[in-house]
Design a protein around this ligand. Structure first.
Ligand SMILES: NC(=O)c1ccc[n+]([C@@H]2O[C@H](COP(=O)([O-])OP(=O)(O)OC[C@H]3O[C@@H](n4cnc5c(N)ncnc54)[C@H](O)[C@@H]3O)[C@@H](O)[C@H]2O)c1
Ligand SMILES: [Zn+2]
Length: 367
């Protein structure tokens, strides 16, 4: 498989997304290229599930061949680790590993570890270098763009920062061990990129859904290259989300509320899939999109084994009240308004900052 490289321009200097098979074994060389080999210490924070597959061991060996001081620390799997308690534990790990301002924190894992490790890298000593090594399909979205965060019990990603990585090293061979449900979760964000910016990508995912779900490596690498490029193009023009970047939140106003209401029991991608379906219905209700667009999106997501209905416990009047309350508390809500990214058609969306609560209630109650 050929290696694909995507350059990302940022105000702090830019970085590369490198996509290919077997890259972890060369992690030392890639890091040295991106950062120079005189970094004082490297701390790899990894999702504990990866140990059984040997990935942290591989990264450690590759880094030790190049860097004098390498430490690896496991993080318990699951969204619950994107917490203040874990961040605090990891600050202590930074001190124990002797990290200083020239040091590097590497996130090896999915979006959970990426967001948590990135948050620690952004704040420890006012910021140390950060490198992402994504091991989930979903993390093609989360590893690019520099948003890092932890959750509060009151909502997702409420404490965070912008802290761009110096390198994203995407070894697609690590996706072989990814459970099929997690593949589907990752495809949800790729479908999102299709809906907001690229109808061709959206159709392509529809055609190759089965092969992508079973983990075809070549197709997956192609998908990642295209989907990463879309994200890169959007964040390049609006790094701090003052404008167009907001379109990346399609499916997320409702998705984040579902995720928060489910307290981490529903994966991010699944919640975004449901959010995209209801938000497209909202666009239909407001005369922006056609009914067929909503139906097509629902069919596409179902074919990818993604959920498209609210979980039963959130379909009640109290469930909908809770979701609306969570949406108003979301950090994207300005003065508690209900803000949505609504599609006009596949490949074209627009931001609506003040959608009436009644419309949202209406679509959430329609099944
Ligand atoms: N910062 C951003 O811009 C951004 C964007 C999108 C999502 N996110 C965040 O990303 C998180 C979701 O990411 P995720 O879906 O990758 O979740 P995750 O990191 O929790 O990984 C999902 C599951 O897969 C397991 N896993 C990871 N890699 C594996 C591998 N190679 N083989 C086998 N199992 C593996 C994990 O243990 C976990 O159980 C959420 O917290 C979300 O808020 C952030
Ligand atoms: Zn997302």
């Amino acid at each position: 498989m050929s290696i694909k490289r995507i350059a990302v321009a940022t105000t702090t200097g830019g970085y590369e997304v490198v996509i290919g098979s077997g890259l972890l074994a060369k992690a030392g060389n890639y890091l040295a290229q991106a950062l120079g080999s005189n970094s004082s210490a490297v701390l790899v924070l990894y999702d504990e599930v990866l140990e059984a597959f040997g990935y942290p061991q591989r990264v450690r060996a590759a880094l030790m061949a190049v860097f004098p001081s390498v430490h690896v620390v496991a993080v318990p799997s699951g969204e619950g680790s994107k917490s203040w308690a874990q961040a605090q534990r990891l600050y202590s790990a930074c001190i124990d590993a002797g990290l200083d301002r020239d040091s590097v924190i590497v996130a090896l894992g999915g979006g959970m570890v990426g967001d948590l490790a990135g948050f620690v890298a952004a704040t420890y000593m006012r910021g140390v270098h950060f490198v992402q090594m994504p091991t989930t399909l979903l993390a093609h979205d989360s590893s690019i763009g520099g948003k890092v965060a932890i959750n509060l019990p009151e909502g997702k990603n409420l404490i965070g920062a912008f802290h761009a990585p110096r390198l994203v090293l995407y070894d697609v061979s690590t996706l072989r061990s990814l459970p099929v449900l997690e593949r589907a979760n990752g495809l949800a964000e790729a479908v999102k990129h299709g809906v907001i910016a690229d109808a061709t990508l959206y159709d392509w995912i529809g055609q190759h859904g089965a092969a992508l779900l079973t983990g075809d490596e070549e197709l997956t690498a192609q998908l990642l290259a295209r989907s990463c490029q879309i994200k890169v193009d959007i964040v390049a023009v609006d790094e701090r989300e003052s404008g167009v970047r907001a379109i990346l939140n399609f499916g997320h106003t409702i998705g984040h509320a579902i995720e928060a209401a489910q307290a981490g029991r529903m994966p991010h991608g699944a919640a975004v899939a449901i959010g995209m379906v209801y938000e497209t219905r909202l666009a239909v209700l407001h005369g922006l999109a056609q009914e067929q667009t909503a139906q097509h999106l629902q069919d596409t997501l179902s074919q990818l084994s993604l959920p498209t209905d609210l979980p039963p416990e959130l379909q009640s009047a109290q469930g909908i009240d809770l979701l609306i309350d969570l949406m108003r508390r979301d950090k994207k809500a300005v003065r508690r308004s209900l803000s949505f990214v609504l599609p006009r058609a596949i490949g074209s969306v627009e931001v609506h900052k003040d959608i009436p609560e009644q419309s949202v209630r209406e679509v959430l109650s329609s099944h």
